[in-house]
Design a protein around this ligand. Sequence first.
Ligand code: HEC
Ligand code: HEC
Ligand code: HEC
Ligand code: HEC
Length: 161
Amino acid sequence: MRSHVFRPLWVVLGLLALFLAVRALYVPGDFGVHRGDYTYGWYRTGNEDDWKAVEVKHKGKDYCAGCHHDNYTKIAASKHARIQCENCHGPARNHPGDPPKLAVNRERDLCLRCHADLPYRPKVYTGLPAGPIPLKVQNPEVHNPGLPCVTCHNVHTAGWK
Ligand code: HEC
Ligand code: HEC
Ligand code: HEC
Ligand code: HEC
């Protein structure tokens, strides 16, 4: 056969060799087809240990019940029942070991994150799976500006002080 036929063949074989060499260099040794319960079963076995080592930051409100019984029962009976403690107090991590205390934020911004009257959000907030929530909102410039909301409102009962 004439060389003009072979030339592109060498180019293709060269590219294939280059691809295999780069693949051998960059794809980790434990990558391959493993158990079939992920899509196509393609993954790195080492990735399982990577995920096991990820620190769980949020513990969920039942974790707080034993030690903060009062706040736990109050909020469970309130209109704030569906909100996780850690939504306002931050991730518990290994509290009360580390950190020994969680943050208590008394700024207006904490409440206005949900209660600000925004022009582009419906007054009846329908974003959550439990159905429409009649979330009452306030215009922060009119509703007692300058005073922390917790001066008058009790956050754990979603009522008054
Ligand atoms: C094993 C018991 C224990 C558990 C579980 C626990 N806490 Fe605490 N928490 C404590 C102790 C002890 C303190 C320190 C109290 C102090 O110094 O006044 C504290 C302090 C706090 C504070 C600061 C109170 C203040 O007056 O500054 C907050 C907020 C808090 N915890 C929230 C939580 C939340 C939310 C959870 C659940 C995610 C939780 N805690 C789980 C024992 C616990
Ligand atoms: C919607 C936000 C929000 C949620 C949800 C919330 N907190 Fe609080 N928490 C606050 C604010 C704000 C304060 C300060 C209240 C004040 O000074 O009147 C506070 C104060 C506290 C304190 C210190 C003062 C006290 O009352 O003893 C603890 C402890 C606490 N919260 C625990 C919890 C626990 C446990 C949960 C869940 C069961 C929870 N909080 C849920 C916002 C929240
Ligand atoms: C993560 C969102 C969120 C945050 C943060 C939050 N709230 Fe709420 N709050 C809600 C929702 C949702 C409801 C209404 C639940 C319902 O009616 O079922 C509610 C209800 C209330 C109510 C009762 C209103 C009524 O319908 O009678 C008061 C008062 C209130 N919140 C005050 C506060 C204050 C004060 C803060 C800050 C310390 C705060 N909230 C922080 C979501 C939030
Ligand atoms: C000086 C006291 C005071 C402060 C500070 C205050 N409020 Fe109020 N809030 C009231 C009173 C009184 C009402 C009932 C009358 C009204 O709707 O204005 C009310 C009503 C509400 C309601 C509707 C509750 C219902 O049952 O209808 C929400 C939600 C609310 N406030 C959230 C907030 C938020 C969020 C902040 C902080 C940004 C805040 N408030 C600051 C006194 C206060």
